[in-house]
Design a protein around this ligand. Structure first.
Ligand SMILES: Nc1nc2c(c(=O)[nH]1)N[C@H]1C(S)=C(S)[C@@H](COP(=O)(O)O)O[C@H]1N2
Ligand SMILES: [Mo]
Length: 238
């Protein structure tokens, strides 16, 4: 069994459905890959029926979590660790991150299931700055992101991670990021589908190769450029 599977982690009904859905649809093998992926993702949100996709939602965000419950973290107990192939591993507190230079970006957000939110401000520390401070070793090629939901993971190549439009975000819509949107800290990868923007970010491991993340193990593209991946033709977000 896939060790990232929520079925294995907590045996929740949502996890079970995702797992069984993967087996069932994968065995059928008749659906196109994007249709399969959209089906899987609608199971993962708080919308097992996928019917909310048919309702108007005012152009807003939808809440997604592959974990059944996620603990609250705040300025007291939040930590972001950076380790792996670096010379200076460390753990940042929220105050540490707030003390670093902040970058504000305003781009569209695009989920691979189709919904898009125009002109959303995100603000935080450039991931490139954290990598520079960590001292990335010459053998490093990629990053693995882990989350304090205990389940979700993501990946970027080192070159992607060093782009100026990739943030360790502390604010979204000009507010501190709330729990539902992945606060206090989420990743924000502006030019890619929103599944790259891991919520509840707690760990960055520098690795020698790309280790596909949660949805990528279930078929999503690892290089998730908006409009140029996952069989979709959306306008770029940037
Ligand atoms: N930890 C975690 N991060 C995640 C997800 C998730 O399930 N867990 N879902 C991803 C997907 S598919 C999307 S579209 C966005 C949704 O972000 P939102 O809940 O703030 O709208 O978060 C991404 N990051
Ligand atoms: Mo998504």
């Amino acid at each position: 069994m896939n060790p990232e599977s929520p079925e294995e982690r907590n045996g929740t009904p949502v996890g079970r459905r995702v797992f069984l859905g993967t087996l069932g649809l994968g065995a059928l093998g008749v659906l196109t890959a994007p249709a399969l992926q959209r089906g899987l993702e609608s199971l993962a949100g708080k919308d097992p029926t996928g019917l909310s996709g048919l309702l108007p939602n005012g152009g807003g965000f939808r809440y997604y979590s592959v974990a059944a419950s996620v603990p609250d973290k705040n300025a007291t107990d939040y930590r972001l660790t950076i380790g792996g192939l670096v010379d200076h591993p460390r753990a940042y507190t929220l105050a540490d991150l707030r003390a670093l230079p902040q970058t504000r970006l305003v781009r569209d957000v695009q989920c691979v299931t189709g919904w898009r939110v125009p002109g959303t401000p995100f603000e935080g520390v450039r991931l490139a700055d954290l990598l520079d401070a960590a001292g990335v070793r010459p053998t490093a090629r990629a990053l693995r992101f882990t989350c304090f939901d205990g389940t979700y993971t993501e990946s970027l190549t080192l070159a992607q991670a060093r782009r100026p439009d990739v943030l360790v975000a502390l604010r979204m819509q000009d507010k501190d990021i709330g729990h539902d949107h992945g606060g206090p800290v989420r990743l924000y990868v502006a030019p890619m589908y929103f599944y790259k923007s891991a919520k509840w970010l707690s760990g960055i491991t520098v690795t020698d190769r790309v280790r596909p993340g949660y949805w990528e193990n279930l078929g999503y593209d690892v290089d998730a450029w908006v409009g140029r991946s996952n069989g979709r033709t959306d306008e770029p977000t940037g």
